[in-house]
Design a protein around this ligand. Structure first.
Ligand code: SF4
Length: 213
């Protein structure tokens, strides 16, 4: 099947409108949220971020012991592992003196490689950080995107990188587009293309291979 990611994007955008997605109040909060959201929903992340609010500055997180941090983020689940991952992330962040503008000056590919070398930061987490905290146009491959494109009938590469490159090859390098695309796919997976899809009224109905008639 021919891939036409721009067409999918256009149809979702026309149907759901601009999402203006920004799940956190600051880039640093977004960084913390992208680790906390691993294996859980953003609702639980919100609870953890609420507890973490008085400490949502790099220096303050750094001063917390790993056990204190784990207790504060309990609501996000897997809190001991996530506390340890946040601490590893902070070690890397400290190299840049906690300066997001300094990080943004790095070459995008080198930056991604650095993020992926941090313990507990996989491609999806790295790309959410790059897109929403560091303003890098990049396609986030998550379970929702996989589900939607599979149902549409696309050849789904098993590898994260192959899928990401396949999408990025066809789309302009546009930060707003990638920000919106991820948010629109999440919205679509929640509204229509759920585990059991609600195909009636779906904006992609006409181009979907696995629609329920
Ligand atoms: S038609 Fe159904 S299966 Fe296809 S994208 Fe829409 S909701 Fe998903």
């Amino acid at each position: 099947m021919k891939h036409d990611y721009q067409l999918i994007y256009n149809k979702l955008y026309e149907h759901y409108g601009p999402q203006g997605w920004w799940p956190a109040e600051t880039p640093f909060e977004m960084m913390m949220g992208s680790i906390l959201v691993q294996n859980t929903s953003w609702r639980n992340v919100d609870k953890a971020l609420d507890n973490l609010k008085p400490f949502l500055k790099p220096e303050a997180i750094d001063k917390l012991s790993i056990d204190e941090l784990a207790q504060l983020i309990r609501a996000s689940g897997f809190f001991n592992i996530k506390a340890s991952r946040i601490k590893s992330y902070m070690e890397w962040f400290k190299i840049y003196e906690y300066d997001i503008n300094l990080i943004k000056k790095r070459d995008r590919h080198k930056l991604r490689t650095e993020l992926l070398s941090i313990k507990g930061i996989g491609p999806e987490t790295a790309d959410v950080i790059l897109l929403y905290a560091l303003d890098t146009p990049i396609f986030v491959v998550d379970a929702y995107a996989r589900r939607i494109f599979y149902r549409l009938g696309y050849d789904m590469p098993a590898s994260y990188e192959t899928f990401r490159n396949q999408v990025e090859k066809e789309l302009p390098v546009d930060l707003v587009l990638y920000n919106e695309f991820h948010a629109l796919l999440v919205e679509h997976a929640k509204e229509h293309c759920k585990a059991t899809p609600i195909c009636d009224g779906c904006p992609l109905f006409g181009i979907c291979d696995r629609r329920l008639d």
